[in-house]
Design a protein around this ligand. Structure first.
Ligand code: BGC
Length: 741
């Protein structure tokens, strides 16, 4: 655990330059606007340890799979979100020496993420090797107001007369650190600079996405605009303009840079160049401050919809705002082709692809804080991938329209290649069906079933039907060779969570068929036709739901995670020594698989979903059995445990797990924040407050709250969009107040 970020209700603050933590800070100081975003890398040259990261939503590369031993059914590629051209770059030379904090003496340094206004600030003073002291004030943002645009302002002074050379460029020489074959993924289409403008258009190899970036750089000395820029003739991937001049200690230099970032997802390839020209000129009259003000207004609107106010606990307050901030930077929900990668725009890990995380963790946040269309778009994303999910199932030997959604995807195709996950972690199909239920239950948009949902549910139901088999021995249906949410056990039989999800899906599909048939008969006919669905299929589904096997222990009176779980040596996590943790970094995989240690909620994930089917005693018994065996080495784990602890009235554990999920990155609990932030678990953090501490659920078309306020919180308040109303919820020691408008 690290603890170097200063507490503040609206800011993330790093004081002093922690070179060894630079990658962690680069993740923490990431910003984005749903369409593009980047890590908190420096504008000026930095040759120290750093993970450069700029990402454009939906732009990926199918990196050729690398595996030790090929297995039939493996996908050919692993999609990678691409490190894209970086518009923020500057090079500053002072008396011939490049400003580079890796080689200068840092006198003071402060980075601030102003979450309220959505922008990044960096102030520092440093002494160059040539003896000149430079003081810099830099800030930048990715505009929420105009989501094709970003801008930066970079001001500096020196303590002695000096010759300055400033270059402003777009860095197109970018690589992914996790490229499987160390390839360069881009091809140059256009690189040009003239006057104070730079243009770079690159195209991805294979997928042929175009990304176009155009920047306009202006120079001010003591706030007076001067234009000394000259373009450097080059056909490289990094078009640049530069200016040389002398300055005195009483003069302040400001570089303002505006950028337009476009991709062929939104603009016709042949028009990108022209649209770049049009858009940059439309901002020509606006200075950095004007653009920033518009951006701040857009953030004020976002906060008005999604803020959570915690009084009396700054540690908790800062953390929830950080989580909400990053969620809003990642996904804006106006494009059904986009989704939420586990790292958003903050890192390369997980390839920027879509996981079950979206439906299981992210959907509720967007459902409750944004327009209904946002959550609907997340569901339509999967609807649009249905035919690929059917193909995916066919590759594994399923037939008749059975759909297996991918564990990891960009375009609907599976792109993950660990057999135990790709082929066996099939519970993701359940989360996708549950997402449909959750959305309809929350929004009452039942028509969604007739329009899109039912086709998906039928494909999923058909998959479960074929994936189970009848066991003569058990006289029940069983599901063999699966991986549950706990990825620390593979190829197990009868993972309770997966079996439970399968029967729930079959039942929900049956209910949905009846409802659509009755309420939208024409749609029902259409669906039967396109899905080639025959009512007779339902007979087999009913048999499975009635006779599914669920592993149960009479001794402990609990559902078992899988058939063989009690054969394991049951040792509580508390007996592990600190130097063995996280076990995934210290133990062999073989040792992990044979151990009883659970990576993340598994049976408890099921209890979280289907809580209403269990008594408090049953919930408690399962929690008491499984939590002590859980190492929480997935970021998705603490949030579910916090919610369940709150349901059980266990304030202490609910709060401890809240901090663990909410400050997972701020305190780097899992020692991996350097790779990027855990965006999808941030939505889980939001759930710990809304579903956990406020105890919100929808029952019989009504919002119900069963609050449990942490002892050190004076009050908790937030707004929730429910159906067409905004509910203002205020909770303190005297109880809960809800106002509706
Ligand atoms: C978790 C998965 C999750 C993935 C992406 C893994 O570590 O075990 O459940 O989908 O991370 O967040």
């Amino acid at each position: 655990m690290k603890n170097y970020i200063k507490y503040h209700p609206w800011e993330i603050i790093e004081e002093g330059f922690n070179t060894e933590l630079n990658r962690v800070s680069e993740s923490l100081f990431s910003i984005g606007n749903g369409k593009f975003g980047h890590r908190g890398n420096f504008e000026e040259t930095y040759t120290g340890d750093s993970l450069g990261g700029n990402y454009v939503a939906g732009v990926y590369y199918p990196d050729k799979t690398r595996v030790g031993w090929w297995k039939n059914g493996y996908p050919e590629y692993f999609a990678k979100v691409l490190n894209a051209p970086n518009w923020t770059k500057l090079s500053i030379k002072i008396n011939g020496e490049i400003l580079d904090l890796a080689h200068t003496k840092v006198i003071d340094f402060k980075r601030v993420l102003d979450m309220k206004n959505g922008f990044l600030i960096r102030n520092f003073s440093t002494k160059l090797k040539n003896g000149i002291c430079v003081t810099v004030h830099a800030s930048r943002f990715c505009s929420l107001d105009q989501d094709d645009m970003g801008a930066l302002s970079y001001s500096f002074t020196v303590d002695q007369p000096a010759e300055i050379q400033v270059s402003s460029y777009i860095d197109g020489n970018i690589k992914n650190e996790d490229s499987n074959y160390d390839e360069f993924f881009w091809e140059n289409i256009k690189s040009e600079s003239n006057d104070n403008l730079c243009t770079l258009i690159l195209r991805t190899k294979k997928t042929h996405f175009y990304v176009g970036v155009k920047t306009e750089t202006n120079l001010f000395i003591n706030n007076e605009k001067i234009n000394h820029f000259q373009s450097l003739k080059s056909s490289t991937n990094s078009p640049s303009v530069s200016a040389s001049f002398s300055i005195q200690p009483n003069q302040s230099i400001t570089i303002e840079k505006k950028a337009i970032v476009l991709s062929s997802l939104n603009v016709d390839k042949g028009l990108i160049d022209q649209v770049l020209v049009n858009e940059i000129s439309s901002f020509q009259k606006l200075c950095y401050e004007d653009l920033l003000n518009n951006h701040k207004k857009a953030w004020a609107k976002k906060w008005n919809e999604s803020d959570i106010i915690i009084e009396g606990d700054i540690v908790a307050q800062q953390a929830i705002r950080f989580n909400i901030f990053q969620l809003n930077c990642t996904y804006s929900g106006n494009d059904e082709r986009l989704n939420i990668g586990p790292k958003g725009f903050t890192g390369e890990k997980y390839g920027g692809s879509t996981y079950w995380d979206t439906e299981a963790y992210c959907l509720p946040f967007y459902q409750s804080t944004a327009d209904k269309s946002v959550a609907r778009n997340l569901l339509i994303y999967r609807y649009n991938h249905l035919s690929k999910a059917i193909e995916n199932a066919e590759k594994l030997g399923f037939s008749g329209g059975a759909a297996l959604y991918p564990m990891v995807t960009m375009n609907g195709e599976e792109c993950h290649n660990e057999w135990e996950i790709t082929f066996e972690e099939i519970h993701r199909n359940g989360a996708i069906a549950y997402g449909i239920y959750d959305y309809i239950n929350y929004t009452a948009d039942k028509k969604y079933l007739a329009e899109y949902g039912l086709e998906v549910l039928i494909g999923i139901a058909r998959f479960w039907k074929q994936r189970v088999n009848w066991s003569e021995e058990k006289q029940a249906y069983v599901m063999l060779g699966v991986t549950g949410p706990n990825e620390f056990e593979n190829n197990v039989n009868n993972n309770w969570y997966t079996n439970k999800m399968a029967t729930w899906c079959l039942n929900y599909c049956e209910e949905s068929i009846d409802w659509v048939k009755e309420n939208y008969p024409t749609d029902y006919q259409r669906i039967c036709k396109v899905s080639d669905f025959d009512e007779n299929e339902r007979k087999a589904w009913a048999l499975i739901t009635n006779q599914m096997y669920y592993p149960f222990s009479d001794k402990y009176n609990i559902y078992l995670q899988q058939d063989g779980f009690l054969d394991k040596e049951l040792i509580p996590v508390s007996q592990l020594s600190d130097d063995e943790r996280p076990i995934v970094e210290h133990w062999s995989w073989d040792k992990i698989l044979r151990s009883c240690f659970i990576k993340q909620a598994d049976v408890l994930q099921g209890l979280y979903y289907f809580e209403n089917e269990f008594t408090q005693e049953e919930l408690q018994r399962h929690y008491d059995f499984y939590e002590p065996l859980t190492v929480h080495e997935s970021s998705l784990s603490p949030c579910i445990h916090s919610i369940l602890a709150a349901k059980l009235g266990d304030e202490k554990r609910a709060y401890d797990f809240y901090l663990r999920t909410a400050r997972l990155d701020l305190n780097d609990y899992n020692n991996d924040t350097r790779d990027g932030l855990h965006i999808t678990s941030m939505a889980g953090t939001w759930m710990t407050i809304i579903k956990g501490f406020a105890g919100m659920e929808v029952k019989n078309d009504q919002l119900i709250f069963s609050p449990l306020l942490p002892k050190n919180w004076e009050s908790l308040s937030f707004k929730i969009k429910f159906r067409d109303e905004i509910q203002h919820v205020f909770l303190d020691k005297n109880g809960i107040k809800i106002n509706i408008n």
